[in-house]
Design a protein around this ligand. Structure first.
Ligand SMILES: Cc1ncc(COP(=O)(O)O)c(C=O)c1O
Length: 419
């Protein structure tokens, strides 16, 4: 076969061969919506770069000193001197990474130590540390609930919980967000003999509302289900020992598995599952997102262990964080903003806005004032809501909270979000 002019063999194949569909085609509506939005001149809320981070509450973004109000750094442990020192020491002593899975060469003494710290923190017998909280949910949900089992979950569950259901091939039964009656109704329809895992969260991160875990756990147990509670946004802050909403509501002893993350109150990266179930250790051998990935670097587990042990004695920080949350909630309400919860239920306050355009304009106006918050939109948010998510830190001072309120007032008036 001769080829005309500069035509290559690949060109000929492309012209004659089967025309498969562009794999990016499904993203086209989203690409166009994004282009339209950025075409109006607004900054991309999902492409912020921190040039410098000065403390848990302050950074420099595009040359401007900025207060951080969207980092989930609830207890402000990222700059704790003991935490940093532990990381530096481990980096020097054990090197920069493990280059291996937890079940091969990737378990160092530091990994066992952070698991011991978690057992101490929760008063439980077993802890398994994953490389992220996402992988902890992915791994534990998919490993416990396989084909033929049921996962009964709140409709507003985190993406990692949904992904765990898909990976495990379990049947998914959703109940209405925080609705105890709906949970009971749906459990009642399932075959009594089937394996059941009820998955709940302590604090729901989009609206900052808490779950009625006391009632839900009672209902789940009535139907013989195992209960897993994701306390990602409540660890360190809720309950006498900072164990989460299950502790605060007095049902921790009935929860089979607690999932958590090091990326929020603990102030680094990683995820975990703690449990008193006697067969927990076996999960290490059958849980794919635990086995088939490299373990956390030694410096990370050392910072996590130090942070977790300090969080066991952080009653003052917890009290100050509650004060911050209450002060900001009241201040925003007084200014005329609509908030997702009537009262401050956690360290997350969600400011509800009319639509995407208003949310992005408000987000940008706040950034220009020197305040960073998270912009959140569907599908991450429930019911098509656009919101600005504020997460407070125990290291925010009362003066910073006042400054934040001043910034919200200016930005709200400039964008028409408040009168
Ligand atoms: C409820 C919940 N679970 C799990 C995770 C995942 O945590 P990580 O950041 O450690 O992957 C998050 C993170 O946003 C979360 O909000």
């Amino acid at each position: 076969m001769s080829m005309a002019g500069s035509q290559t063999a690949a060109d000929v194949l492309a012209a004659d061969g089967p025309q498969s569909r562009d794999l990016f085609e499904k993203f086209e509506p989203l690409i166009q919506e994004r282009d339209r939005l950025l075409g109006t001149g607004v900054r991309d809320p999902f492409a912020i770069v921190m040039d410098e981070v000065k403390s848990p509450t302050e950074a420099v973004i595009q040359g401007k000193d900025t207060i951080l109000l969207g980092t989930y750094n609830y207890m402000g442990m990222t700059f704790d001197p003991d935490v940093i020192q532990a990381g530096v020491d481990a980096l020097k002593e054990f090197g920069s990474g493990t280059t291996g899975s937890r079940v091969l060469n990737g378990t160092y003494v530091g990994h066992k130590d952070v698991e011991a710290a978690l057992c101490e923190f929760y008063g439980m017998g077993h802890a398994m540390v994953f490389s992220t909280g996402y992988q902890a949910n992915l791994g534990i949900v998919s490993t416990l609930a396989g084909k033929g089992d049921y996962v009964i979950l709140d409709a507003d569950s985190h993406a990692s919980i949904y992904d765990g259901c898909f990976l495990g091939n379990a049947d998914i039964v959703r109940f209405r967000h925080n609705n105890v009656e709906d949970l009971e109704k749906r459990l009642g329809r399932l075959p009594p003999e089937a394996g059941k895992l009820v998955v709940l969260e302590g604090v729901y991160s989009m609206l900052g509302d808490i779950a009625p875990l006391d009632k839900m756990v009672t209902v789940a147990k009535k139907f013989g289900a195992m209960v897993l509670v994701d306390e990602a946004h409540s660890m360190g802050f809720f309950g006498e020992h900072g164990r989460g909403v299950a502790e605060a509501q007095g049902v921790l002893d009935q929860v089979d598995f607690v999932i958590g993350t090091f990326s929020k109150s603990v102030g680094t990266v990683g995820g975990f599952c703690v449990s008193n179930h006697p067969k927990t250790e076996f999960l290490r051998l059958v849980c794919r997102p635990y086995t088939f990935t490299a373990s956390l670097p030694p410096s990370v587990v050392a910072t996590a262990a130090t942070s977790i042990r300090k969080l066991m004695h952080a009653g003052n920080k917890r009290a100050h964080l509650w004060e911050n949350s209450k002060r900001l909630h009241k201040g925003l309400r007084d200014l005329g903003f609509r908030l997702a919860t009537e009262e401050p239920e956690s360290a997350i306050l969600a400011v509800l806005l009319d639509d995407q355009e208003q949310a992005v304009r408000m987000w940008q106006a706040l950034l220009e004032e020197g305040l960073y918050v998270n912009m959140a939109r569907p599908p991450a948010t429930p019911a098509g809501i656009y919101l600005l998510r504020c997460s407070l830190c125990a290291e925010h001072s009362a003066e910073q909270v006042e400054q934040i309120l001043g910034m919200f007032e200016s930005a709200g008036k400039a964008t028409g979000a408040i009168g």
